[in-house]
Ligand binder design. Structure first.
Ligand code: LLP
Length: 419
């Protein structure tokens, strides 16, 4: 049994929480999240800022309320995320709304709420937002998300989460910005040009892509300010700060802020409200996915094949199947003997329902957890294979302060019967 408090949990506590509780479930350390959010907010050392937490990473209401109380705002990518963030206490003036394809209803809701910025991602979207503002008889705060057009190789992360290269669907290419400026001028009656934003990619473990992205948008921000001096108030350098999934990440989220501030200050943009959009780094490391071992599977003729069949599947934690991500597995209860490699797999009928090889006791444990599962874990969960959505437990000060049980399997059956 691994009794390592270094990763934030004691095995005894997790065993206690799992008693009488259906697995799998996500266990959240709210204090860790609060601490991380406060540290990131503090890293601006008095400079005007907006730490817009990317709600897509983990949208549990308890998590949102915790982060907003710690001083963050929200980066949302749908009308539902926006409504949730506002209902959890985010101030509209601390909310930015990104996304390449917004519906009219979402644009209307963002205008109605008076969010700090609708981040438009195309020239066409400027006209769409202006038309909706016109229809509502008001003006909309608009920033242009710029695609910094870095070379794909310069964005050292998984291809699925690299966004700042010129073949990505995101943002307006730097070369196209004169057209965006012209459109903003044309629609000035209905749009308030408030700034520029960029987001180069996710799970960055080096500063350079983030700095390169910011360097690429600085001249655009200067031109934006020249043209719209009276309304420009924000520069958003995006999120993407990586965490340590086991391969090492020596950077803290605040290192990105401290590295990028001088770029803005030396360009004369230091007085603008500096927004960032961190998701993963505020939640990822503070959550484990707890899962029971259903059985082992071995092969008498091929003793090197050794599977640990757990009750969490790719529907509960998709990242390994989708991005070949590795989430360290720790034994929480049971298990003895020397550590041997087990291939940890779930019950879903796909070969990609495979969490990889992990060193675990030869006498298999009965309860395990997947570490660093707080970002893009529950939010990407599905009911694939007729499986229930996992449970969620929220812990603060050593006490369970929030508890959502795993769905009963009948939920799926009755849903499908209606279809
Ligand atoms: N801002 C924008 C415009 C984004 O597209 C994203 C993430 C973020 C902020 C937050 O990035 P973060 O700080 O969390 O890295 N499902 C994938 C990650 C997808 C990221 C999508 N965009 C994963 O599990 O790794």
């Amino acid at each position: 049994m691994d009794d390592d408090r270094a990763w934030g949990w004691s095995c005894a506590d997790l065993v206690e929480i799992s008693r009488g509780r259906d697995t799998p479930f996500y266990a959240h350390d709210l204090d860790g999240m609060k601490h991380a959010a406060k540290a990131l907010v503090a890293s601006f050392s008095g400079a005007s800022h907006l730490v817009a937490y990317a709600v897509k990473a983990n949208s549990s209401g308890t998590v949102l309320r915790t982060l907003f109380e710690a001083g963050t705002g929200a980066d949302v990518v749908s009308g539902s995320e926006m409504e949730l963030a506002l209902r959890c206490g985010a101030r509209p003036s601390d909310v930015v709304f990104s996304g390449v394809g917004k519906t009219d209803a979402e644009i209307d809701a963002a205008i109605g709420a008076g969010v700090a910025s609708i981040h438009v991602e195309s020239i066409e979207e400027i006209a769409r937002v202006a038309a909706r503002a016109n229809a509502l008889g008001t003006r909309a705060n608009v920033s242009v998300r710029v695609n910094p057009s870095l070379a794909k190789e310069a964005i050292a992360t998984h291809a699925h989460v690299a966004t700042g290269h010129d073949e990505a669907k995101f943002g307006v290419l730097a070369d196209d910005m004169p057209h965006a400026f012209a459109s903003l001028r044309r629609h000035r009656e209905w749009v308030v040009p408030v700034g520029v934003s960029a987001h180069v990619g996710s799970q960055l473990t080096e500063l350079e892509p983030y700095l390169a992205s910011t360097r690429a948008i600085v001249p655009i921000a200067l031109e934006f300010r020249r043209q719209f001096a009276s309304t420009m108030g924000m520069i958003d350098t995006g999120g993407g700060f990586g965490i340590d999934y086991g391969k090492g990440c020596i950077l803290q989220p605040s290192d990105f802020v401290r590295a990028v501030r001088p770029l803005l200050e030396s360009a004369g943009l230091g007085d603008l409200r500096h927004a960032i959009e961190p998701g993963r780094c505020l939640v990822g490391s503070f959550v484990v996915l707890v899962s029971r071992v259903l059985q082992t599977k071995t092969s008498p003729s091929r003793p090197e094949l050794r599977w640990l069949l757990v009750d969490a599947g790719m529907n509960d934690l998709l990242r390994p199947a989708l991005y070949q991500a590795n989430h360290r597995v720790a034994a929480i209860a049971g298990g003895s003997g020397a550590l041997v490699p087990w291939r940890v797999v779930g019950p879903v009928c796909e070969s990609s329902d495979d969490f990889g090889l992990h060193e675990l006791p030869a006498e298999a444990p009965s309860l395990v957890c997947f570490r660093d599962a707080g970002a893009y874990g529950f939010t990407m969960a599905s009911r694939y294979n007729g499986r229930a959505l996992p449970g969620e437990v929220f812990v603060s000060g050593g006490i369970v302060v929030g508890d959502v049980r795993r769905e009963p399997c009948e939920t799926w059956v009755s849903d499908r019967l209606r279809a």
